[in-house]
Design a protein around this ligand. Sequence first.
Ligand code: FAD
Length: 472
Amino acid sequence: MQKGEAAKELCTMLGGDMVSTDAGLIARHCQDWHGDITSSAIALLRPRSTEDVSRAVRACAKLGLGVVPQGGRSGLALGAVPDAPESQVVLSLERMDRVRSLSAQDFTAVVEAGVVLESFKEEVAEAGLYFPLALGAQGTCQIGGNVSTNAGGVNVLRYGMTRELVLGLEVVLPDGRVLDRLSRLRKDNRGIDLKQLFIGAEGVLGIVTAVSFKLMPAPDQVSTALLALDSLEGAIELYRLARRQCCDLMSAFEFLPAEAFTLAREGIPDLSLPLEPAHRAYALVELSGSGLVDIEALLSQFLELAMEEGLVRDGVVAQSKAQARNIWLVREGMNEGQARRGKHLRTDLSVPLSELAAFVAEAEAAVGEALPGAVCVSYGHVGDGNVHLNVLPDPEGMEALDQQIFRAKTVLNGVLDRYDGSISAEHGVGRLKKADFAARASSVQHDLLGRIKRAIDPNLTMNPGCLIDLES
Ligand code: FAD
């Protein structure tokens, strides 16, 4: 069937409110976050209810069209961008944007997939509670995308990844049936926990339409510090000390290299730096808690000890929410700064914490040798063994940028494999890392993934081209 005919059929079957063939709108929904990739699709589907999603999925199955589920398009692995414009539609959850219920008694909420993470956090805060998932793209990403990528973010070391926050799911399956498991139970061991299959599945098994989440009591004290250190090794030592001294009251520990300040200023030109960048490495540490604990005193004691042990050279402790925000802007602005430098290699790697410093040193040296003009920027949620070791290619280099990026990735992955690390700590596989993932998966892993996919999606219509390639 021709693209135009398929779009017409969809309009007839689903109605003009749900189906858009507006070229400009489709183009916006077919671009990745960084604008590196622009694709196209037969149509954009924007359902308003679970029933709509079910009808849309059945219609696409009837016409043999692939369905690419889409949230806020902030995913960094190209999972939500179609790659076969002649045979795929984008299904955006953006109109399913209701918090269905919120219970302060149960510490739970049921929320639709299209709700933007930040709005959800705000609504939860208004009820005096706290939803701990927090990441740089929270003003854009949606709950369905968070669940489908099993997003991590800055609070993982205390609250876990998204998977640990999910109590239940509502999912539209590839045949249009609805798996309705919006449980609010904290304990439920009735056999195999099916919802786990859909968390982090990147939309290849079905469309998440609603989620039931655990909520937490809101912390009434938060202390944020930016500390100057000697090295990444020193940062990891400091992390271990913080873990021992502050235990579960530490909610974030981010590593920043010296370049973070320059990049953050490039990303946010009017940013006033919280301290003078005169050292080689920095750690952003945040403690939070409620009730009888004294978070400020705990942070002071920890800092005293860290200074005595010679781990901290300088630092600033935020005295207000505005100052804390300013510290976080250095971390967030450095992403923006890198984006402004143009095309570059973005990675999301993990190795065991005890090997992280050695891995970064070896990987940066290997990249430096292969691409002498390139700049490595290593930073991230190091407490989780997770590092974004990004490579900014040399714009004046002999090789084209894409070639430099490919070579840097090959060199990095070679080092990573020796450490038995992961090519995707939290961003998923999508279309971007599919080949690298396939090259590292064992035959048993391939076989199991293929069987699960075929069992749930026998016609392979759900997000085709994402995560794994199977022949129909
Ligand atoms: P999308 O990009 O729209 O989709 C992502 C994947 O999920 C795709 O495969 C898509 O098909 C699928 N999908 C989306 N919605 C559904 C649904 N309802 N049902 C089934 N499948 C669906 N990630 C982290 O883990 N930690 C971070 O700290 C972090 N920081 C970031 C900072 C920045 C500045 C940016 C740009 C991104 C960051 N990310 C981070 C990545 C990204 O924000 C997360 O992966 C986020 O969870 C994606 O949500 P989304 O709604 O944008 O999903």
